[in-house]
Design a protein around this ligand. Structure first.
Ligand code: B12
Length: 235
């Protein structure tokens, strides 16, 4: 049957078979903020399909108080995986008779303000994948912030998901570990500039070749990983 629910099911199956961890659809027909794209381009796409890939715990757990070469390689490998997957999904959508525009996993178009075409985190929140946590990252119930994201804009009529009604609750694990002390009680108070300055310092020290860190990502493993850790420690 060809309807928004069935089409979504088919796309989800395609996406998960490509190896993605999470899939969601956001209704962006009335979303005014979070974009750095031409309005006439944007108007063509009432839906955003958001895909997440879970990081390898073994890699992110090598990050202690600063990024390292193992994580840097993983970051690049994941960006390649996300971009390739978004391209393949977009191709599948096109073959089904609709338009699809993949947005790069990590491409900055406004260097001064450090902005991309759109915020994958905001798209993911709207698509019900998780919430924006104290760390300023998208936090999923399953794997916390240990996911990377990519978005495909499309005109394919798809049933949208709804944002989750969840938040970080009492968890403050990322607050103490942030090497820039950028994370605060409230997400709105996140100190973007302190974070960015620390990332510049890491790069200058030659630890990694990009502005990355990963300490707050490590601190936020999500329910699945927490459950595995407590099972192992009680054995
Ligand atoms: C540019 C960028 C950065 C910049 C600045 C981030 C920023 N703008 O907030 C820097 C280099 C500092 C950075 C750091 C990190 N990033 Co980054 N980053 C991006 C990128 C490429 C674009 C973000 C963007 O354009 N947002 C658009 C704006 C509107 O959205 P916003 O962030 O919510 O907007 C706020 C900021 O722009 C801020 N702001 C305004 N003016 C300025 C000026 C400056 C200088 C800064 C720094 C911020 C700032 O105010 C806005 C309103 O709150 C995205 C990929 C993408 N396309 O989404 C990844 C992305 C957000 N990053 C990601 C990650 C993981 C990281 C790091 C952990 C580094 C790492 N990989 O190890 C840290 C985490 C910092 C943190 N805790 O927030 C992931 C997040 C995954 C998740 N689970 O949430 C993304 C989604 C990449 C991906 N494909 O998965 N990042």
């Amino acid at each position: 049957m060809d309807n928004p629910v069935e089409r979504k099911k088919k796309l989800k199956e395609t996406t998960l078979s490509l190896g993605f961890s999470l899939f969601g659809v956001a209704d962006i027909s009335g979303v005014p903020r979070g974009f750095n794209m031409e309005p006439e381009t944007l108007r063509l796409y009432p839906r955003a399909v958001v895909l997440a890939k879970r990081l390898l715990d073994a890699v992110i757990e090598t990050v202690k108080d600063a990024p390292n070469a193992v994580y840097f390689h993983h970051y690049r490998q994941l960006n390649f995986f996300l971009d390739r997957g978004a391209f393949l999904l977009s191709s599948a959508v096109q073959d089904m008779g609709y338009r699809a525009l993949p947005i790069a996993a990590s491409q900055i178009i406004d260097w001064e303000n450090q902005k991309a075409h759109l915020s994958h985190k905001h798209m993911a929140r709207l698509a019900g994948l998780g919430w924006i946590g104290r760390s300023n990252l998208l936090v999923t119930p399953e794997w916390g912030a240990r996911v990377r994201l990519v978005t495909v804009l499309t005109d394919m009529p798809l049933e949208p998901d709804k944002p989750l009604d969840e938040d970080c609750g009492e968890c403050r694990k990322c607050l103490d570990v942030c090497p820039a002390s950028a994370i605060r009680e409230k997400q709105e108070d996140f100190d973007h500039l302190a974070c960015f300055e620390k990332l510049k310092e890491f790069r200058k020290r030659g630890l990694v070749g990009q502005y990355i860190c990963g300490v707050c990502v490590r601190a936020c493993p999500g329910k699945y990983r927490e459950a595995v850790s407590s099972k192992n420690s009680s054995e």
